[in-house]
Design a protein around this ligand. Sequence first.
Ligand code: OSB
Ligand code: MG
Length: 375
Amino acid sequence: MTIETIVLREIRMRLKAPFETSFGVTQDRRILLVEVVVDGVSGWGEVTTVESPSYNSETTDTAWHIISDFIVPRLIGRNLNAAADAAALLSAIRGHQMAKAGVENAIWDAESQLKNIPLSKLLGGTLKEISCGVSLGIREDPQALVRKVEEELQSGYQRIKLKIKPGKDLEFVAAVRKEFPNIRLSVDANSAYELKDTNHLKELDQFNLLMMEQPLQWDDIHSHAKLQSQIRTAICLDECINNAAHAAAAIEMGACRIINIKLGRVGGHSSARQIHDFCQQHAFPVWCGGMLEAGVGRAHNIAMSTLPNFTLPGDVSASKRYWNEDIIEPEVEVSSRGTIKVPTTPGLGYAVKRKLVDQLTVRTRDWKAEMVAQG
Ligand code: OSB
Ligand code: MG
């Protein structure tokens, strides 16, 4: 497989509604798309950075820089046996998993098209349908949140996740739990608490939560182990787990009981699969996290979620929850049972709407193998 062309685009897309987490409010997204032409076939990837370094250390602009100046020179014109080989070629670049994932995943899409099989198959996926949950941003008051939860349950979603932060937690969770005593409910703090808040976090034990996602520092596995030993609710690590070694450390230390896998955060499909396999061997359930993706990122999440140890509903939900018009066709749709049917056509199984992407594009850069060869 020869990497013939790489095209990097930045698109702007406005979410239907602002999304508030403990680290801020997002509505106007700046998303990088990567198109890689391999043996004449176009594969697509999406970089899942947010705009500021507030979820992890990457941003849309750091990803543009790292892809342009470090990733492309290592890949353009190269001949790979498989997309899985890309990670080794990029291993000298420290960190920047989201930048790497956007490119690696585009090569996975191309490889599955070249082999004429769905990407889910190429990854080793077995599920025909995946289970979906939703992640709800912080709301003004508990009643507004209860109304939103009701709406999502009516759409069929199987699990509701509430974003929390200090001052917007117990009262909100209590109101939702009171109204819906039996639903699968979880919370996500995005690193908003500290170990000294342990007694406060213990209060959440009374709500029978499926999990509490990333309560403490984004890069601190050890403190999560101390917290997990003192609370009943299962901790799920998100921000802390960037590779399989982190997953191993977290499991060995007892820092969590569940791991959320995000393709971008862990550096792409090959790393995600390693984490998945490791967790499966240790009987730790995983689920697929989301980063407010446009259709390309969403389609990659669906393919990954077909691996057999994705046993909990993911944050992979319908295109129409986020966008007036998504950049793929068909758009991602969720059944009334809260599931997404996995595409059975080759590649991602969703076509990129090139015209729409062109309209949304604010900058673009491309590299061709011949140009590089001729200097
Ligand atoms: O922590 O899961 C998170 C969005 C942006 C950054 C971090 C997170 C999220 C979400 C949204 O929870 C999930 C989604 O609907 O895509
Ligand atoms: Mg999270």
